[in-house]
Design a protein. Structure first.
Ligand code: MN
Length: 337
C-alpha cells in the first residue's frame, strides 16, 4: 500500500470484525450528509448574498478537492488547495487580475470550502461513493445561481466527477479546453478506472464533451493517440505548437452546447515555470502562452479546474503555488461577469 493511504485502515478492519455492514454503511452515509451540508450552507449563503447584490450574471466560487490517491506516482496534490488559497491572497501582489477584475469583490470570487476527502476516506468510503460526493458538491454550488464552480485539485482524477456534474446539471455536453502535458485518456492505469491518467476516457465515454481540445501535449503513448482518435479528441502537441499557436490563441468554443469547461493541469507549463508538479515534463508551454490562450478565448466558461499542483515538489518559497494561484485568478476573471 502506498504511503498516502497507509492510515486509512481502521474502518476496513471494523467491517471484518463484529460490526454489521449495514451499521457501517449507515454511519458512512451520515458522514457524507454532514460533508455536503457545510458546502451546501456556504454556497447558499454566498448565492443569497450575490442575488441580493443583483446584476451578477456569473461568479466564480472556489471548491477544493484535496484528493491525491488516484495518482500513479506521487500523492502531494492532496495538499494543494490550502496552499493555492494562501497564494491567491498573498500580500506580495494586489487583488486585480490582469484584465482588471477585483478578486476581493464577492461578486467576482467567493469560496465554499473543500470536499473533506481525507475525512470521507477515513470512514472507509470507497471511490465510487467518493466520486459521487464530488459530483454532488459541484451540483450544490451550481444550484446557487450565479455561482459557478472553480475547482482546486487534487490530482487530475477529479475532473471526471466534476465535468460529469456540470454536464448533468446543465443537461448536455460541453466543449472542453484541456491544458496538459498528458492526454490522461488511458482506458485504465494500473487497473484503476479512476486513475488521474484516465479521467478523460471516462469523460468521453460518458458523453459529457462534444469537443475536447488537448493543448500542451508532449508525453503521449501509442494508446494515448489511439484513444484520442477513437473519441475524436483534438490533440495539439507541443512539437507543433509554433504552427498551431495563432489558432490556439484565438479560440472560440461552446457555440451550440451548454458551455465551456477549462481544465488546467499545472504540468502543461514547462517545469522551468512550474517545478512543483508530480510529473516533470520538459518542453512545455510558457506561462504567457497559457494566459494568451485563456485571455483570448471567446467562451461562456461554466466551470473550471486547476489540478496536479504538488506542494511537496515545490520550491521552498512556494513558486508553483503562486503559479497555480495566478491560473486560478485569471480563470476567475474568465468565469465571472
Ligand atoms: Mn499532466
Amino acid at each position: 500500500m502506498s504511503q498516502g493511504t497507509k492510515w486509512i485502515h481502521h474502518v476496513k478492519k471494523l467491517s471484518v470484525a463484529n460490526v454489521s455492514a449495514a451499521l457501517v454503511e449507515k454511519g458512512q452515509s451520515r458522514v457524507i450528509d454532514a460533508s455536503l451540508t457545510l458546502i451546501r450552507e456556504r454556497a447558499k449563503l454566498k448565492g443569497e448574498l450575490l442575488r441580493a447584490l443583483g446584476s451578477v450574471k456569473a461568479s466564480a466560487s472556489l471548491l477544493g478537492v484535496p484528493l491525491g490517491h488516484n495518482s500513479s506516482f506521487l500523492q502531494g496534490p492532496a495538499f494543494a488547495p490550502p496552499r493555492i488559497r494562501e497564494a491567491i491572497w498573498c500580500g506580495s501582489t494586489n487583488s486585480s487580475t490582469e484584465e482588471g477584475k477585483e478578486l476581493n469583490d464577492p461578486r467576482v470570487l467567493t469560496d465554499v470550502g473543500d470536499v473533506p476527502v481525507q475525512e470521507i476516506r477515513d470512514c472507509g468510503i470507497d471511490d465510487d461513493r467518493l466520486m459521487n460526493v464530488i459530483s454532488d458538491s459541484v451540483k450544490i454550488v451550481m444550484e446557487e445561481e450565479p455561482l459557478r464552480p472553480l475547482v482546486l485539485g487534487g490530482d487530475h482524477s477529479i475532473s471526471f466527477p466534476v465535468v460529469r456534474a456540470v454536464s448533468e446539471k446543465l443537461g448536455g455536453p460541453l466543449d472542453i479546453l484541456h491544458l496538459d502535458a498528458h492526454p490522461d485518456i488511458y482506458h485504465a492505469y494500473e487497473g484503476n478506472l479512476y486513475s488521474h491518467a484516465s479521467s478523460f476516457a471516462r469523460i468521453m465515454e460518458g458523453g459529457y464533451a462534444r469537443r475536447l481540445l488537448q493543448v500542451g501535449i508532449r508525453s503521449i503513448t501509442k494508446e494515448g493517440r489511439e484513444q484520442g482518435k477513437r473519441f475524436g479528441v483534438e490533440q495539439y502537441e507541443m512539437r507543433t505548437f509554433s504552427r498551431d499557436r495563432h489558432m490556439l490563441e484565438n479560440l472560440k468554443l461552446g457555440e451550440g452546447v451548454k458551455g465551456v469547461y477549462i481544465s488546467v493541469d499545472v504540468d502543461c507549463l514547462d517545469p522551468a515555470f512550474a517545478p512543483g508538479v508530480s510529473h516533470i515534463e520538459p518542453g512545455g508551454l510558457s506561462f504567457r502562452d497559457v494566459l494568451n490562450i485563456l485571455h483570448n478565448l471567446q467562451a461562456d466558461v461554466v466551470a473550471a479546474d486547476v489540478v496536479e499542483f504538488n506542494p511537496q515538489r515545490d520550491t521552498v518559497d512556494g513558486m508553483t503555488a503562486m503559479v497555480a494561484a495566478k491560473l486560478v485568478r485569471e480563470l476567475t476573471a474568465k468565469i465571472s461577469k
